[in-house]
Design a protein around this ligand. Sequence first.
Ligand code: ZN
Length: 286
Amino acid sequence: MPELPEVETVRRGLQPVMEGAVFERVEARRPDLRFPLPEGFAERLEGRRVESLDRRGKYLIARLSSGESLIMHLGMSGRFTIEEADRSRPGVFALAQECDPKHDHVVFEMTGPRPARITYNDPRRFGFMDIAAPDGLETCRHFKAMGPEPLGNSFSAATLKEALSGKGAPIKAALLDQGVVAGLGNIYVCEALYRAGVSPRRKAASVAGKRSDRLYGEIIAVLREAIEAGGSSLRDFAAADGALGYFQHRFDVYDREGENCRRCDKPIRRMVQGGRSTFFCPSCQR
Ligand code: ZN
């Protein structure tokens, strides 16, 4: 499932063909993804210019000349493919993995300096698209309870400490809570906890002092490194699907059950917390 770094990589891939471009034609091939598409979906986009393409947590936000905003979430398996009409090499952004066209659900024909067809493909259909009214973005259901952007100015060691204090849940669950900090998912939470030496079972409120300072620093570092890795995949004309970032990124604990810890050489363990797998090193994480 794409997390913040993968979504940021997708944003950087889409930005050159979306920002400043106009939706010439929008084709929704089905009425719904995970949720029904908003009323008048195509009509509210067609003829509108994309003023900017932003990201909030795991969401992409295209701010439109109408004042409305198109909100896009990739869910588990959503991906965008870009085909540029006037390029000798079509599909600069083509996918490493095969994309079955029967799962092409939404197509944007963009006009502008770089005319392109952008196709949203999503086999499992956990992704969705929505449109927020002018001035309704911050208060819409997707963002009103969302915590600070981890790489933004509003997130600091102090805000993390504050958000964790009083929480009885395990730190693993607290970090997955998008109200504590936006954009983290299972993979980067496991990695950040390992790097900070914090046990995923530890009560969130007990992660304080130097421990929470260290955790804050590792959350930032692990996200920055993953975005960097995603950026290099873009330079190599690779996919906009986010999944690529997982393949070429080297994880310390995620999906390494039974393999040796790179610090202490003991085996990495897996346990289930809240229905999700947690990977950790019992001797390095306290
Ligand atoms: Zn270890």
